[in-house]
Design a protein. Structure first.
Length: 255
């Protein structure tokens, strides 16, 4: 995700909220998008533990609850759900960095919250400049009941529609990558993995069809906004947060 993409969402939030005010009924479902949780916020993709806890405490203080992925999907499909009458927020974490295990797991547990992690599955357990989760940590987190896991591809953290159009990847290659990622998560967790998040939030009609064919039923982008009953489960909007811009006051206005 590029800096300008993140800035565009952050600086445009107030205007989008203003345009959307009064156009929907009910509370809506905001989906928060985090990446790494680490002590030094060296980029917009990093949230410090201090800021992360401030944001979680805001959700707790304001009476928000966190649904499971299945509950969120039922709400977005327009089915009768407790989400219709309660303040809900879905917490998601992209890429599968180790800060989700070291920081987010214990902090969510303290507050009785749930979360969903979208893994670049082929990177799990590999050494790198930014450590990722290990399969063992993923198994532990899944067994805790606090975290669910979905795919962020096996090893295609690229702008997929653009690469398809340029023929740098094929439709079959993408499908194979997505199936491999889903099956590996299911092997680790012994649970279904219906959730998928597009790298960089880039998708189009063709890639959505491929993701569905690969077995994904709840598909997230990074388009800014809340989600509403009946708005569907293949273009789910999210609200990105970090330490650089998102104080509790900014968070409140984004919601």
């Amino acid at each position: 995700m590029r800096r300008r993409d993140f800035l565009g969402q952050t600086l445009g939030a107030a205007a989008l909220l203003s345009l959307g005010a009064g156009s929907r009924q009910g509370r809506g479902l905001p989906v928060i998008c985090y990446h790494q949780i680490a002590p030094q916020a060296t980029s917009e993709m990093i949230t410090t533990p201090e800021r992360f806890c401030q944001q979680l405490d805001y959700f707790k203080r304001e009476g928000y609850e966190t649904p499971t992925l299945e509950q969120a999907a039922a709400y977005l499909r327009g089915k009768a759900s407790k989400l219709n009458s309660k303040k809900m927020v879905l917490l998601t974490f992209d890429d599968g960095y180790d800060g989700v295990y070291k920081v987010a797991l214990p902090e969510l547990k303290k507050r009785g919250f749930l979360g969903v992690v979208f893994l670049v599955v082929g990177q799990m357990g590999k050494p790198g400049s930014v450590p990722h989760l290990t399969p063992e940590q993923i198994i532990e987190m899944s067994a805790s009941g606090i975290f669910e896991f979905g795919s962020h591809t096996w090893d295609m953290h690229i702008k997929i529609p653009e690469d398809l159009q340029a023929k740098r990847i094929s439709s079959y290659g993408l499908w194979r990558d997505l199936v491999k990622s889903r099956k590996t998560i299911e092997e680790w967790t012994k649970k279904p993995a219906p959730g998928f998040a597009w790298p960089y939030g880039h998708y189009d009609e063709t890639t959505i069809k491929i993701a569905k064919k690969a077995g994904f039923r709840v598909i997230f982008g990074t388009d800014y906004g809340k989600n509403w009953p009946g708005s569907g489960v293949d273009r789910i909007c999210r609200v990105r947060l970090s330490s650089v811009y998102d104080t509790v006051d900014v968070l409140r206005r984004k919601l």
